[in-house]
Design a protein around this ligand. Structure first.
Ligand code: BG6
Length: 479
């Protein structure tokens, strides 16, 4: 096994998917607090006004806000070296444009990080995981208004200053490249839908507004990186993308060209801005085709160049194929699906399982960027069954994780500098895509159903002890 001895094994979460306590201790509502529950066949609906007739899963989530000590103790028992959490921006600045932060929110994360450090767990903090304060959405139309950059930087520097001795690893924007797709406009950019209630696919797309807002997010991220390094030069600050690995369905050159186009727009664009500090050459042509002209303020070129990230992190769940011909059988995936790959099996939610694709992706990314990498999301969303004896035999999850860890091992062996691995949803939490509890990822089962009922009791699954042994053996014992 080739995992370095300081390899960061752990798990990943996001505030809106596990904390709950959506309006406690001075927290303001965020984008996610306006998203109803859905399912594989029913899109989640966003309501501009929260309506008591509907169920909003983030409002209670798995109540981590009150149970974090118990949960972190379990992560400690598994031997986690790192825990990815996000700070709920609206717990610190309830409206987003407030002059002073909410002390109760700051104190909460102080305790949470202390609790991690007690077990030798490094926190890995995402500053923005689809959690913009809703007031910024409503009043400023999110990042489409350049002033929101200042609000974000104020928030980022507030928490970086406060936790500078407790947190070393930071990520700026979760899955920033979601904004290269029309339906990412609300979650990443905070662009307000015209309708008072809509699913994300029903939102009208205005590419000029969307890409200008994304430009503001790049500038906000770069400024957070620059300021973060001033606050503590030891900070390691990364970007975070949803990795969209596509294969050509056939050797038809048109399929290959389509893959190249999609990879450039959905992955390389954001990756290049974050790591190389400039817009890649191919975007000029794309913007021309879709009628977009990005307004750069005079300082932006320098900010993007100076605010490049220390490492590249990404989520990886599955791959898809691309075909220039229509009428193919389709498959699902994180953020977007594609054409079905005849060589791959899929999860219960139709995401194709492709460990070798992770090896390909790690090699591809290191070849392109030559900076350290981190896999900050990977896992299997599945239906788990509690047996009569109370056990949860999630061998399918162990198989999924094992096969992906083996490919990380192969990548490291081949020379890729991989810093760590945070398995997504280390404790069952609300699914971002569907709002369900039924789509479970965790090593720890949480007794809660899609409709919000359940005791919230935690139970170890079979994979709990398996992962404990993986960490203890530094990846050499995977059986
Ligand atoms: C990523 C997000 O899109 O994938 C997470 O960063 C999300 O927030 C994860 O939960 C898995 O997706 P889903 O839809 O299964 O929850």
């Amino acid at each position: 096994m080739s995992f370095p001895k300081d390899f960061l094994w752990g798990g990943a979460t996001a505030a809106n998917q596990l904390e709950g306590a959506w309006n406690e201790d001075g927290k303001g509502d965020s984008i996610c607090d306006h998203m109803r529950g859905g399912s594989l066949t029913k899109q989640r609906v966003f309501d501009a006004e929260i309506n008591d007739d509907y169920y909003y899963p983030s409002h209670e989530a798995i109540d981590f806000y009150h149970r974090y000590r118990e949960d972190i103790q379990l992560f400690g028992e598994m031997g986690f070296k790192i825990l990815r959490v996000s700070i709920a921006w609206s717990r610190i600045f309830p409206n987003g444009d407030d002059a002073t932060p909410n002390e109760k929110g700051l104190a909460y994360y102080d305790d949470l990080f202390d609790e991690c450090l007690k077990y030798g767990i490094e926190p890995l903090v995402t500053l923005s995981h689809f959690e913009m304060p809703f007031h910024l959405v409503k009043t400023y139309n999110g990042f489409s208004d350049r002033r929101v950059i200042d609000f974000f930087v104020h928030y980022a520097t507030t928490v970086m200053n406060r936790y500078k001795d407790k947190v070393k690893y930071w990520l700026t924007f979760n899955e920033i490249n979601f904004a290269t797709m029309p339906f990412g406009a609300l979650n990443v950019l905070g662009i307000l839908p015209e309708q008072s209630s809509t699913d994300l696919f029903g939102m009208a797309d205005r590419p000029q507004e969307r890409f200008q807002a994304l430009h503001h997010v790049f500038v906000a991220s770069a400024r957070a990186v620059i300021e973060g390094h001033k606050i503590n030069p030891d900070f390691q600050i990364g970007c975070m993308l949803a990795q969209m690995t596509f294969y050509p369905l056939t050797p038809n050159p048109d399929d290959l060209l389509l893959v190249q186009d999609w990879t450039n727009i959905f992955d390389n664009f954001c990756g290049d801005v974050h790591v190389k500090g400039e817009y890649p050459w191919f975007m000029a042509d794309y913007f021309k085709k879709i009628g977009v002209e990005i307004v750069f303020e005079k300082e932006d070129v320098t900010l993007l160049k100076q605010g490049t990230v220390d490492f590249y992190s990404f989520s990886y769940y599955s791959t898809n194929c691309a075909s220039a011909e229509g009428g193919k059988e389709m498959s699902m995936g994180n953020l977007m699906g594609g054409v079905k790959n005849p060589y791959l099996e899929a999860s219960d939610w139709g995401w194709q399982i492709d460990p070798k694709g992770l090896l390909y992706t790690l090699n591809y990314l290191y070849d392109r960027y030559q900076v350290p990498l981190m896999v900050v999301e990977n896992g299997l969303g599945a239906v788990d069954v509690v047996e009569e004896d109370g056990s949860i035999q999630d061998d399918y999850r162990i198989d999924y994780l094992r096969s992906h860890i083996q490919m990380m091992d192969a990548a490291i062996e081949g020379g890729v500098p991989l810093l760590g691995y945070t398995m997504w949803g280390c404790i069952d939490l609300i699914s971002a895509g569907t709002g369900e509890m039924k789509k479970r990822y965790g090593f720890i089962y949480v007794d809660k159903d899609n409709d919000g009922t359940g005791t919230l009791e935690r139970k170890k699954k079979k994979s709990f002890d398996w992962y404990k042994q993986v960490i203890a053996s530094n990846g050499s014992c995977l059986e």
